[in-house]
Structure formats: C-alpha cells, structure tokens
Write a protein that binds this ligand. Structure first.
Ligand code: ATP
Ligand code: MG
Length: 563
C-alpha cells in the first residue's frame, strides 16, 4: 500500500490514531463506520458525541458512515423515533447518503446464522425461564451452572428453533443460547441468549417474526454484513467485545469488523438516560421531547443552540477512554461562541417601565439606524423607530441609586443605544408609591448616540418606542436539574429537578422587526442574552425561549485558572 496516499485527519485522538494506523499499515483499505441508534427514544447530546465521532471520522478519512437502526426489540421501538432520529442527525449536519439500514433487514440472515451455530453444536434451545437463567448465570465471583437443556442434540435444537420461529410457543417459553463457557470470568460468555420469543409486531417487519435476535447477536453481524471497518461504541460494551469477536470468528460472515470503545459523555446538571428522559416526558415534567430544557437534540434545537455549536463542543471535549463528567458551562461556552458571531442584535424589554421625553415633539417618529451585529459589520443595520414615549427595562432605573449604578436615576444622563442621550427629570408614582413612569429630556445634538462635545455617559440602555413595540411572551430557561450530579448521594433523581427551570414572562415587548420572526431563529436581545423564536409563536405574537444569558462562566473560570 502506498503510505503517502493513506488519508489522515487533522484531529487526533485514540480512535482516529487507530484508524490512521490501520489505513497506513494496510489493515484496512477504507473506512466504514456506523451510528447505530435503537429507535426507542429521541437522540440526546450524548448521541451527538457519537454521531460527530462516527460521521466525522468517515468524512476525515474519505470513508462513509451508515445510519443503522438497531431495531431488534419491537416492544419499545416506534416509527416516531425513527423519523425523529433521522431529522436530528440531519440537523446536526451529517448525511448518510444511501446508507440507511435496519438490523431488521438482516433478520433472515441472522436466523440462518443462528441455525448455522446450532448446526456446529455451538448453540442450543434452552427451556429455563428468564429467572432461572439469571439464577444459573452465577455472579462476578461465582461461576455459573450449566442448564439441564444444554446437552440437547443438534437435531432436537434445530427442530425446536424452527418451531419457535413458527410461533408454536408462548413468550418466554424457550430461548436460544450460544454454548460457550458457564465458568468464564466474563459473564457475557456464560451462554448468552441470542434469540427470544416475542409475539409482538415490529414497526418494520410487522407480524413476520415472533422471535427476535438479542443485541449481541445482531450488532457485530450487522457490522459484518455492511462491511463496517471500525465499530465504535461506548465503554459499557467493552465486556461484550470478546463475544462480538466470538460470533465473528464462529460464523461465515462476509467481513471481520473490530469494535473500539470510548467514554460516553456525561454532563453536569443533565441526565442522559433514555429511560429517565421518557419518564420526564410521559409524566409531564416538561413540555415534551422538544422541551427547551431537555438534553435531546430536538430540545436543544428548540432552545436555540445551533448545530455548529454542538459540533464545536464535540471537538472541544474530544474522545478518550476514561469516564469523566463535562461541565455544562463548556457546552454553553461553545454555543455562545457561535451565537456571538452569528446572532443578530435586537432590542427587547422584558420588564417594561414607561419613559416620556418631555422635550421631544409629540407625533414625531425617527427611524434610527442600529447595527445588526457589531461582531460582523456585513450583517448591516436596521431601522428602529424612536418617539416621545418609550419603554426601558425597569431594572435600568433606580430612584436612590448608588454612585456605581451606571444606569438611569433622577438627574443622571444615559445613552439610549443608537438614539439620544436622555436625562431623568422626574419620577411618577402610583398610589402605592411604586414608580410607573419616568419623565426625561433628550439632547437633540446627540442623535445616533454620540455627543459633539465628546461627553460620554457611563450607561447605555436598550429601549423601544411605545407606539411601535410588539408584545411577546418570553420563557426564561435554567438547568432542568438543580444539582450538578442529579440523583447522587442516594437522592431521588426527581427530587433534584430545578423548580425554577422555566419562568414564563408575559407582557414583554420586542422591536417591530421581530413581529414575524422565523421560528428557530436565534437573536441576541441586547444586554439580556440569546433568545430563540419558539414554534408556538403566532403571527404578530412571537414567543421567545432564552437560549443562554450573556455571562460566560466557563470562559471566566478558564481565565482565572490560567496564569
Ligand atoms: P440505552 O440507554 O437505551 O442503552 P443508549 O443511549 O445507549 O440507550 P443507543 O440508541 O443504543 O442508546 O445509542 C446509540 C449509540 O450512541 C451507541 O453507539 C451508544 O454507544 C452511543 N451513545 C449513547 N449514549 C451516549 C453518550 N452519553 N455519550 C456518547 N455516546 C453515547
Ligand atoms: Mg444502548
């Protein structure tokens, strides 16, 4: 093999190093990977790590990556999940081309290989119940015991297996097990179950089958059928690898794939278990699989995290063999990096306080030019209407303000971004003594937000014209789980849910261009954070989800620990 032409990747980690070495030394002539989700739930940020790794390696080494549904357990699998998984992988920016596969496409072949194994005397039909099988299996410290049915003749096994397929027996009556070693130190070797009876219709094969292969019997052989060169999975499958290899060695498979394991992603304040995520949805703790607080890719998307930010995050965390927990702030940092570059700046007032500019002509409206993104001058400017009556953020005013309060207070001057300098001259209160309106004057010589005499107020506020602002609902989001390690130290996971993970604000106001913003678009509300247009928005009544605040605590912590 010409070593100079072997593709290499600019990225480096132990998996990529193995792939590069296999290509260089001729152990592989090309790279074929796969992402193999079980369609029993929605994909989450942990799956994104695996997707970026598998599709990333295929792209970097001029190979291909298959999307294969590992659909061997019809009890929990649904078409809804299949459709959602495809949409999510596409959203993340990856493409399997024509290489969409299903383990269920191989049921006939897998059955034939089970017959083959029985024929070699390396598998048998067992009549023990599930409980008995568990009991006979032994433990990590005790060897297992052989099933009394282990000595059946090949003929009897073949006959019973055929009758299992024909539907003669009820669920759980019999299984097929590989005949390996009940005393093995690796429990996966203690005659693992390879076929079980399940009279359940399958989303794709319908009623064609009432026996289904186990994960272990389906996975490696599916890899072999598809010519997968590097079967990359998470560490919990490490102890399954000898079994993976055993099937590949003992069956007439068309290729010999190898399995490699990497550490799964764990994130603080986050649970990445489909079982828990399903319960959050089914028990109504969240708005659905796509709730903006969910770690699902559909939730993350609704929250306003761009796919590019997820890919950047995957690159930042890299791939290793050791288990670790990544701080969610790092994900947020990656997302901010993209949004800071790309999100258009807009004005929004979440908690409005009326301002009347007493020396501004009633009925006059000026269209102020405001930068769309100071990080990207090519994003241009937009017009924001300015008039005599405005809204500002209630938190931007204080009656008895300390010296360091660089916002509005009686007698103080501030800049209204890209408009004018204004000075507060009077405060209007209701019967309870609460401030309901501010009276101000403006300096006409400061149009655009700069003074001819170079006077520079310390504070710059965002604002909206009262006659033009559009009402909006804004949903503020925080971590779904208050604890960084949900369910640790014996606590119930659900007790760790953050009761303040969602705050719905009504009566917010946004600038006119946002009246019919596109669902899914993420903008920066100046000084407030990033916000994404929710699918529940209607014409003229937008709903925004807070994607993130502007404060990057991860970058700050990094800066403090780096001398
Ligand atoms: P379950 O909890 O039901 O076992 P799963 O999350 O492992 O589900 P699969 O559909 O089997 O779901 O996962 C598809 C692929 O994604 C597997 O190769 C798996 O190793 C990988 N994967 C799942 N969770 C993570 C994670 N947290 N980090 C990295 N990869 C993951
Ligand atoms: Mg799994």
């Amino acid at each position: 093999m010409d070593t100079h032409s072997a593709p290499t990747s600019e990225k480096s980690d132990f998996v990529r190093d193995i792939v590069a070495a296999d290509l260089r030394d001729g152990r592989a002539s090309g790279v074929v990977t796969r992402f193999p989700p079980e369609p029993n739930g929605y994909l989450h940020i942990g799956h994104a790590k695996s997707i970026c790794l598998n599709f990333g390696i295929a792209a970097e080494f001029s190979g291909r990556c298959h999307l294969r549904f590992d659909d061997t357990n019809p009890v929990k699998e649904e078409q809804e999940y299949i459709d959602a998984i495809e949409a999510d992988v596409r959203w993340l920016g990856f493409n399997w081309g024509e290489h969409l596969y299903y383990a269920s496409d191989y049921f006939e072949q897998l059955y034939a290989w089970a017959v083959d194994l029985i024929g070699q005397g390396k598998a048998y039909v067992d009549d023990l119940s599930a409980d008995e099988i568990r009991e006979y299996r032994g433990t990590l410290t005790e060897p297992g015991r052989e099933s009394p049915w282990r000595g059946r003749t090949i003929e009897e096994n073949l006959n019973l297996f055929a009758r299992m397929r024909a539907g003669e027996f009820p669920d759980g009556a019999r299984v097929v097990r590989a005949k390996i070693d009940m005393a093995s130190g690796n429990i996966n070797f203690r005659d693992p179950v390879i076929y079980r009876i399940l009279h359940v219709a399958h989303p794709r094969t319908g009623d064609a089958w009432c026996i289904y292969p186990s994960y272990d019997f389906a996975h490696g052989q599916s890899d072999a059928i598809e010519g997968i060169t590097h079967s990359i999975c998470t560490l919990e499958f490490q102890d399954h690898r000898p079994l993976y290899d055993w099937f590949i060695e003992n069956l007439p498979v068309p290729s010999k794939p190898h399995q490699y394991e990497f550490a799964r992603l764990n994130l603080t304040h986050t649970v990445l278990s489909k079982r828990v995520l399903l319960r959050l949805v089914k028990d109504g703790y969240v708005r659905g699989w796509d709730d903006p607080r969910m770690p699902t890719l559909t939730g993350i998307q609704r929250r306003g995290f761009p796919a590019e930010g997820i890919r950047d995050f995957a690159a930042m965390i890299g791939v290793a063999r050791g288990d670790s927990v990544v701080e969610i702030e790092m994900l947020e940092h990656a997302v901010r990096g993209v949004l800071n570059r790309t999100a258009l700046r807009r004005f929004a007032v979440l908690n409005p306080l009326k301002v009347v500019i007493e020396n501004y002509p009633a009925g006059q409206v000026e269209e102020m030019d405001v930068m769309n993104n100071p990080e990207d001058p090519s994003a241009g400017t937009r017009k924001v209407p300015f008039s005599r009556e405005l809204w500002i953020e209630r938190e931007d005013f204080m009656e008895d303000a300390p010296k360091k309060f660089f916002r509005l207070a009686p007698g103080r001057e501030v800049r209204l971004r890209s408009a004018y300098f204004v000075t507060c001259t009077d405060v209007v209160k209701d019967a309870d003594g609460d401030v309901i309106e501010l009276r101000c004057t403006y300096d006409p010589a400061t149009r655009g937000g700069a003074a001819p005499d170079d006077r520079r107020p310390k504070g710059t506020l965002h604002w909206l014209s009262a006659g033009h602002a559009v009402p909006a609902e804004v949903r503020l989001y925080d971590h779904l789980f208050a604890s960084p390690f949900p369910g640790s130290e014996g606590r119930d996971l659900f007790d760790d849910l953050n009761p303040e993970s969602e705050t719905v604000l009504e009566g917010c106001l946004v600038e006119p261009v946002l009246a019919d913003a596109t669902v899914g678009e993420t903008v920066q509300f100046e000084r407030l954070g990033y916000f994404c247009v929710d699918p529940e928005s209607t014409a003229g009544a937008p709903v925004f989800n807070r994607t993130l605040t502007l404060k990057d605590s991860w970058a700050k912590a990094q800066a403090q620990t780096t001398p």
